[in-house]
Design a protein around this ligand. Structure first.
Ligand code: B12
Ligand code: SF4
Length: 411
């Protein structure tokens, strides 16, 4: 059995310790997998095949890495061999949306992320002409109207971004590009011309890995971003009619968890408010999740120092809760609060926050109490005399989490 992808790449020996797995293809799979298949097909050994780890004579052999390869050297994806229809989904911008990637890798080095380990901080992107031809082909052949871009970081090379935009505008193929991933620090520096060019080219949504509204947490994860940049990016997006999807992560080891949660909620509130002020709440999507350690990342080591039990086998990693990981350093009350918001508030965001939040917190303007702190989430119309639903949505929420010195829930 052959495995590839992020986990086997970062933990080849551990993966191969599983008796059912024979070969691990590390990093980019295209050339390595092809060579492996050719060798196996002609009953040859894997000796010298770069980028593989494998079992031989009861030992695990790790061949040297393969050079990170320019995506343009790979042949186009042969869509005719797959059932494309199965991969088409509807998304808020269109009914026939498919995942697509334009680049691979990332030059940054966030300490929670597997990407820098996977690609050694290298980055490669398809040539704009090839992208446009392929999108045009997919639209013509399968009637695709929306492409969800799955790159880890789309924006490092602005010359390419501009060229792609120009070609998309020129060909006018009428497709939308959504969830285009950019780093906050980089997006906050893009000028109006580029935002407007991107919008005209069909970029209707960006994905911002905001991660936190707490500077100490951003620094602890080596994000290279500043809290102030959150609002800069959001305002640029709203100005240029581009939707935002933004992910936040709670539970970074080594930072003050209470302060972290509080600042994250404040940042979410500010982002939502930017869209709320324009009555454009349907154009922002917030994803809130818990920090989850991944193998060989710096924050995995930090997590161990803060009480995480080490994960030593593939089976342990397989059983590890990747979705609602309750870190040992995360106070239960804060964990429950975030879970509540993650499950109720965030999921329901597009359905009008103001309807959901009071249910969670016990009614309009009312405070809920939990353990050693209290939290208040209230809906405050911008002007008191406005009582209709839309004006309430405008300002949405005001969240306060503070220590409840008495531990009482009378508030
Ligand atoms: C799209 C995506 C998703 C989608 C999946 C949609 C779908 N139906 O495929 C969704 C949103 C559901 C998702 C969910 C999750 N994801 Co995700 N996801 C991605 C993303 C953005 C793109 C994946 C992709 O298609 N890339 C394009 C392909 C071509 O690249 P690739 O998958 O790496 O494959 C190449 C090589 O790895 C190798 N290869 C891969 N598989 C195989 C297999 C064989 C046999 C061989 C030979 C080679 C090989 O060859 C390929 C070509 O070079 C990546 C980040 C990224 N940009 O890659 C994260 C990523 C894979 N996800 C990640 C994570 C953590 C998750 C979640 C756990 C998050 C969460 N807590 O909810 C869940 C887990 C879901 C699950 N059930 O497993 C991490 C994985 C980290 C790790 N160490 O494992 C990544 C790397 C993001 C990150 N930087 O942290 N994800
Ligand atoms: S989180 Fe994003 S920017 Fe940071 S290293 Fe990973 S892919 Fe790159």
């Amino acid at each position: 059995m052959i495995w590839g992808g992020y986990h086997p790449t970062t933990q080849p020996e551990q993966t191969l310790a599983n008796p059912d797995i024979d070969i691990v293809v590390r990093r980019q799979g295209e050339l390595t997998f092809m060579e492996v298949v050719e060798r196996l097909h002609s009953s040859k050994t894997l000796k010298g095949v770069r980028g593989v780890s494998y079992k031989s004579g009861g030992r695990i052999i790790t061949n040297p890495d393969r050079e990170f390869t320019d995506l343009n050297k790979f042949p186009p994806i042969p869509y005719e061999f797959i059932d494309v229809e199965r991969h088409i989904k509807d998304y808020k911008f269109g009914e026939r949306c498919i995942d697509y990637y334009i680049s691979q890798g990332c030059a940054s080095a966030c300490d929670f992320c597997s990407e820098p380990i996977f690609c050694n901080r290298r980055w490669t992107a398809l040539d704009p002409a090839r992208v446009v031809d392929e999108l045009e082909h997919l639209k013509a052949t399968y009637d695709i109207d929306t492409f969800m871009i799955r790159d880890s970081d789309f924006f490092p090379n602005l010359r390419r971004v501009k060229e792609l935009c120009r070609q998309l505008i020129e060909k006018d193929i009428g497709v939308r590009l959504t969830s285009v991933n950019g780093r906050m620090e980089q997006l906050s520096r893009l000028d109006d011309d580029l935002w407007s060019l991107a919008r005209r080219a069909g970029f209707v949504e960006v994905f911002i890995g905001t991660e936190s509204g707490y500077q100490a947490a951003l620094d602890a994860m080596n994000k290279g971003a500043k809290v102030e940049q959150i609002e800069v990016c959001t305002r640029q997006c709203v100005k240029h009619d581009i939707d935002v999807r933004s992910s936040f992560m709670v539970g970074i080891p080594g930072v003050d968890a209470m302060e972290e949660v509080k600042r994250i909620f404040e940042a979410i509130h500010r982002m939502i408010s930017v869209y709320g002020e324009q009555e454009r709440l349907d154009h922002i999507d917030i994803l809130l999740s818990f920090f989850t350690p991944y193998p060989r990342t710096k924050l995995y080591d930090t997590a161990i120092r803060h009480g995480l039990a080490p994960l030593n086998t593939l089976e342990e990693w397989g059983d590890f809760d990747q979705f609602d990981f309750k870190a040992p350093w995360m106070p239960q009350e804060l964990y429950d609060l975030v879970l509540e918001l993650e499950r109720g508030y965030v999921v329901e965001l597009r359905m009008r926050v103001w309807r959901v939040v009071p249910d969670l917190f016990g009614g309009h303007g009312k405070a809920g109490g939990a353990g050693p702190f209290i939290y208040t989430w209230s809906l405050q119309p911008q002007q008191d005399h406005h009582t209709d639903a839309d004006s309430r949505i405008k300002t949405l929420t005001r969240l306060q989490i503070s220590k409840n010195p008495g531990g009482s829930d009378r508030y």
